[in-house]
Design a protein around this ligand. Structure first.
Ligand SMILES: Cc1ncc(COP(=O)(O)O)c(C=O)c1O
Length: 414
């Protein structure tokens, strides 16, 4: 049952990092989120009380350990409205996308086929498809964004592409640079109504921490995400794929755990999803992810969305106040937008401004954010980025504003 009174100050207390680093203003959750105590406890508890190999031992402890692992799969499946066997645990979102590229696209796509992606993709949703282009001879078509930095998905129809050749559309649900939330459900429905018979992959790495996900409602074929961005431990990600697609996909890695029968000359594969989870599993990380899902459910995604939308509005006002000094890269309106602000002080390198913000304990990211295609489109080499999550407050944004004043003072900006 979700909480009714969402109080970010109370939420902050759930995250020991803030107590252990007094005064810190953590604005880098897009890169990786902090962890609540219940996730940390779930991992240590598992090590202290239940640790044993999974899926093999017949003794009680091994059975308990297996149950905890599979229970976490069930939680993740329920969280996104999928079936248990549609959840494959990978190393992270990048590996999940690679699994769909090498397990599905490499098997089924051929020369002349087209993959549609967007100019706002993270490298993790570009490079696997460049590799598929090299291996299978497919073409890549990049959807542009419009002047408001929203995806111009209808542009596909003014291109010369023969729609019948499109076999995969792969889109980030939310941009890790612009904060733009792409209306993936509408896009998929629109494209399908236009007769596009492609598979649809959604890179959900940036959406699942913030927005309620229902893969059946979105009607995507693949949905990829990482635990570490949604309050869970590092080292585990998820590929959701429709059951019938997983059934026809090839495994990416071969060895223990993913087999049915092995002889000297041949091997057959385990049922899905075990077929795609080679070797000894990421037990503690998966169990921690289950606890993160519990925490998000208890807090309520609707509450998180509402709180973050308030932060987005407040943040946009802050950037408006500094617009004489700062360029903001992202939609200027709070609708369908995450609380992610990529920016540059005019004529100052992002690393320099990030370094000065750090003197005020304000942690922002600077660089190309694994989005060099987008950087090129924006005509910048790097940006600084402040990204917020459920534990951030308006006071954090006020501190960001005060730190901006420092940058202006130090660089004597006029
Ligand atoms: C939109 C998007 N996709 C994919 C990824 C890759 O996630 P990971 O590094 O956990 O594999 C990221 C990471 O920042 C991202 O922002």
């Amino acid at each position: 049952m979700a909480q009714t009174n969402f109080n970010p100050l109370k939420i902050k207390k759930d995250f020991p990092i803030f107590k252990n680093n007094p005064g810190i203003v953590y604005l880098d959750s897009t890169a990786s989120s902090q962890k609540p105590q219940i996730v940390i406890d779930a991992v240590t508890n598992y090590y202290e009380k239940y640790y044993a190999p999974i899926h093999r031992g017949l003794y009680g402890l091994a059975q308990k350990s297996t149950d905890m692992y599979e229970n976490a799969r069930q939680k993740v499946a329920k969280f996104i409205n999928a079936e248990n066997e549609e959840i494959v645990f990978t190393g992270n979102a990048s590996e999940a996308i690679n699994l769909s590229a090498y397990g599905w696209a490499r098997k089924f796509l051929k020369k002349g086929d087209v993959i549609v992606l967007t100019e706002m993709e993270h490298h993790s949703n570009i490079i696997p498809w460049i590799m598929i282009k090299k291996k299978c001879g497919v073409e890549l078509f990049y959807l542009p964004y419009d002047k408001d930095l929203r995806l111009d998905y209808k542009k596909l129809f003014s291109s010369k592409i023969d729609l019948k050749r499109i076999k995969l559309v792969t889109i980030t649900h939310a941009s890790n640079v612009l904060g733009t939330i792409n209306p993936v459900k509408e896009i998929i429905r629109y494209y399908k109504n236009k007769g596009i018979k492609a598979k649809f992959l959604v890179d959900g790495a940036q959406s699942i921490p913030h927005i309620k996900i229902d893969v059946k409602d979105i009607d995507c074929d693949f949905f990829a995400f990482s635990s570490h961005k949604m309050l869970g431990p590092s080292g585990v990600g998820v590929l959701y794929a429709k059951k019938e697609i997983l059934e026809e996909m090839d495994p990416l890695f071969f060895g223990g755990q993913m087999i049915k029968i092995v002889t000297k000359e041949s091997a057959t594969w385990a049922d899905i999803p075990a077929r795609f989870e080679v070797g000894t599993g990421r037990k503690e990380a998966v169990i921690g992810l289950g606890a993160a899902v519990d925490y998000l459910e208890k807090t309520g995604l609707k509450n998180i969305e509402k709180h973050e939308n308030e932060l987005t509005k407040y943040g946009l006002k802050l950037f408006k106040k500094f617009e004489k000094y700062i360029d903001l890269y992202g939609p200027k309106t709070p609708e369908n937008r995450l609380s992610v602000f990529s920016f540059n002080f005019k004529d100052i390198h992002a690393h320099d401004s990030a370094d000065i913000l750090n003197r005020s304990k304000v942690c922002v990211r600077s660089g190309h954010h694994c989005a060099q295609v987008l950087m090129k489109c924006l005509d910048v080499i790097a940006t600084a980025r402040a990204s917020l999550y459920l534990y951030n407050t308006k006071e954090d944004l006020d501190k960001l504003g005060s730190a901006f004043e420092e940058v202006i003072k130090i660089f004597k900006l006029q």
